[in-house]
Design a protein around this ligand. Structure first.
Ligand code: GUN
Length: 293
């Protein structure tokens, strides 16, 4: 079994991006600039956005953090989005989700200029992805594709089973892995809450993408010998021996499954760290106008 070390790979990619920034500086080009909008003070969102902004600083990007209060009106938030759309120095920006209930997240996502939508959440970017046109890939699927690519894992002709059909992971990764591309050419099965016998489907997989949000759902008996496992789950489970009273586990029963696999991502330290590098890569592409010209 070989570990797919997302933490190390993310570090390597950040070093590569930092070198790109050095080159840009040496050539007198524009420094990539990412803005993040964090509404309210949800601790998890604060932590995620904090990590994104710190990563920007570390590799030499400019970053701007905008922190409206939780009671900001939808109109005010749309005003902030509009300003960011218009600001020529901002290459890309994100509005961290979830948003407070009184704000229509879909309306906000639609208001973001697709050229600056480095999250890849706007339907225009999603549609371009589905059609194989230049686009910003969403962070998690982009991170998964990058891991498979950098670890030289063969995907062509393989049977990939995806657990979960969310708009941000299950559905886009299914499209990406089935397309005609270097990382692609898989036969993909998407499973979800209405799938009759998930265990039977997963057992057939050469590549398993677990994005179902149930702690340790994928067990040893569901995994074919030599399978590749990408675990997208980040679940809190009670652990009285841990300082915080809980620990993080994936959607895969790692301890029992790992030995059967050819490759597996750990949780934490697998897919998670790769999502930030996806965002940073998209921001560089935005500053270079690689996607929309
Ligand atoms: N909330 C959880 N993940 C994400 C993400 O990748 N982007 C945004 N904007 N919000 C999130």
């Amino acid at each position: 079994m070989q570990l797919i070390d997302g933490k190390q790979l993310a570090k390597t990619i950040k070093e590569e991006l930092a070198q790109e920034v050095e080159q840009i500086k040496a050539n007198g080009g524009k420094i990539p600039h990412l803005a993040a909008v964090l509404v309210g003070d949800d601790p998890a969102s604060k932590a995620y956005v904090g990590s994104k902004v710190r990563s920007c600083e570390k590799i030499g990007y400019k970053s701007t953090l905008i922190t409206p209060a939780a009671d900001v009106s939808e109109e005010e938030l749309l005003g902030i989005v509009d300003k960011l759309n218009m600001d020529p120095d901002i290459d890309g920006f994100i509005v961290q989700l979830p948003l407070p209930k009184h704000i229509d997240a879909e309306k906000v996502t639609l208001a973001i200029d697709p050229k600056k939508d480095v999250d890849g959440f706007h339907p225009q970017n999603f549609g371009r992805m589905a059609l194989g046109l230049p686009c910003y890939l969403p962070a998690t699927p982009f991170g998964i594709v990058t891991m498979l690519d950098r670890y030289n894992i063969e995907t062509s002709g393989k049977h990939c089973v995806v657990l979960g059909r969310s708009n941000i992971v299950g559905t886009p990764i299914s499209l990406l892995l089935s397309r005609k591309a270097k990382v692609g050419n898989c036969t993909v099965t998407i499973t979800h809450s209405r799938t009759k016998n998930i265990a039977e489907e997963v057992k057939r997989a050469d590549i398993i993408i677990a994005a179902i949000g149930i702690p340790r759902f994928v067990t040893e008996d569901m995994v074919k010998d030599g399978a590749v496992i990408i675990d997208v789950g980040i679940n809190r489970v009670e652990d009285p021996t841990a300082k915080r009273g809980y620990r993080l586990v994936g959607d895969v029963d790692y301890e029992n499954v790992a030995e059967k696999c050819s490759f597996i991502t750990p949780v934490p330290g697998g897919v998670g760290p790769m999502t930030v590098t996806s965002l940073l890569t998209n921001t560089l592409r935005a500053s270079r106008k690689e996607v929309y010209g």
